[in-house]
Design a protein around this ligand. Structure first.
Ligand code: ATP
Ligand code: MG
Length: 141
């Protein structure tokens, strides 16, 4: 299986609820190893650029409000099949549809305030990692 890197975000709702440690511990337990990590309060421009694919969606403005409502934790996770495995550990976008044992089942409040983000394909992972992290900030194990 190929070693991959994927972008993970612990969203403002989870940071506010002091869930950073529990979420990072889960990733480490799954061998989704953080190789870069920083806390950041996103500007509107940064959040809009990050979620540009959703610009035309009715929830876009509310999503940007939410993602800029407090600091987030940005991480690059590395591991075997990391992109798909991170999505599996996260669970479905809407916590009502998320499987038992997933982060969103455990921690998400709503379809908007859903605790974590994860890149959804190799193309988005490459774009999203580069959006927030320089090569020199990534520390492979
Ligand atoms: P993410 O990209 O954050 O990992 P996702 O890939 O599971 O989530 P997307 O369809 O890419 O889901 O939506 C991006 C984010 O927009 C969601 O995580 C959620 O915060 C918000 N969102 C999605 N659908 C809705 C909706 N119907 N109403 C409100 N917010 C939504
Ligand atoms: Mg998405």
């Amino acid at each position: 299986m190929a070693t991959e890197r994927t972008l993970s975000i612990i969203k403002p709702d989870a940071v506010r609820k002091h869930l950073v440690g529990q979420i990072v511990a889960r990733f480490e337990a799954e061998k989704l190893t953080p190789i870069a990590m920083k806390m950041k309060h996103l500007s509107r421009q940064e959040a809009e650029g990050f979620y540009a694919e959703h610009r035309e969606r009715p929830f876009f403005s509310a999503l940007v409000d939410f993602m800029t409502s407090g600091p987030v934790v940005l991480m690059v996770l590395e591991g075997d099949d990391a992109i798909a495995r991170n999505r599996a550990v996260m669970g479905a976008t809407n916590p009502q549809n998320a499987a038992e044992g997933t982060l969103r089942k455990q921690f998400a409040e709503s379809v908007q305030c859903n605790a974590v983000h994860g890149s959804d394909s190799p193309t988005s992972a490459a774009r999203e990692v580069a959006y927030f992290f320089a090569q020199i900030e990534q520390c492979p194990r």
